[in-house]
Write a protein that binds this ligand. Structure first.
Ligand SMILES: [Zn+2]
Length: 250
């Protein structure tokens, strides 16, 4: 913990990459887990862009359930710890594979959403944007004033990562000398490439996961356990070190 805190303070450009594992403690089951969405909804019928386009009313039933869950959940101590690191000037950005918006709710300003966001929706017919709050989930599928069907701005399977998010993430990874990898097994590209980019440029990887992952062999530090317990302790350690240094200078 102490060493990890030292690395965070020492780093010139630290970023974080987060995945489903950081939000499970907020009550959002990993989509792929046994309680997750894909255990109840067939991924082929609900998860792909072509499934949505073919039968939007059907897929919207699942999306409405998702929206309702996102409405209920709150950020957990792991999200708040990352927001605090950003406030301390020690974390430059969070790149997330999550679509729940919890990093922003916790207070992080610089968040790159790799898989889009549920906070906005776009009309498939005219392209008009709507915010989630304005949507009536009682009549599915929700429609635009032009009668076109609304699609949440999340990335379905078969859809590319939004170009802007991808470019920003690659740019950030190229600048970074330290990446915190939290709650993601790094099995899916291109997100999985980000820690490798940092490492190849001589930077370091700190992994915080429940268990070892495909990334573990590359990680310089591994903290295994719950992110909501580990990250606040890391931040405490960071603040202690910063205070000590300040006292020494004075
Ligand atoms: Zn429209």
């Amino acid at each position: 913990m102490r060493k990890v805190a030292e690395e965070i303070i020492k780093a010139k450009f630290c970023i974080a990459l987060t995945g489903a594992g950081i939000s499970t403690e907020s009550g959002i089951p990993d989509f792929r887990s046994k309680d997750g969405l894909w255990s109840r909804y067939d991924i082929n019928e609900y998860g792909y862009l072509h499934s949505f386009l073919k039968n939007p009313a059907k897929v919207w039933k699942m999306l409405a359930e998702m929206a309702e869950l996102f409405e209920k959940v709150k950020p957990n101590p792991a999200h708040y710890a990352l927001a605090e690191l950003e406030k301390l000037g020690l974390l430059k950005a969070v790149i997330t594979q999550n679509i729940d918006g919890l990093h922003q709710e916790a207070g992080n300003k610089k968040v790159i959403e790799f898989h889009g966001s549920f906070n906005t929706l776009t009309c498939l017919n005219c392209g008009k944007k709507y915010s989630k709050e304005k949507i009536d989930l009682k009549n599915l599928p929700p429609r635009c004033s032009c009668n076109g069907i609304l699609k949440p701005d999340i990335v379905f399977f078969g859809e590319p990562i939004p170009t802007k998010a991808l470019n920003e993430a690659l740019e950030l990874a190229n600048k970074s000398d330290l990446i915190l990898v939290i709650g993601t097994s790094c099995a899916v590209y291109p997100a999985a490439a980000l820690p490798i980019i940092v490492k190849r440029k001589g930077g370091k990887i700190i992994e915080i996961n429940r268990e070892e992952s495909e990334l573990s062999y590359l990680a310089d530090y591994k903290l295994l356990g719950k992110a909501g317990e580990i990250l606040p302790k890391v931040v405490e350690e960071v603040k202690k070190l910063m205070k000590n240094r300040l006292q020494k200078i004075q």
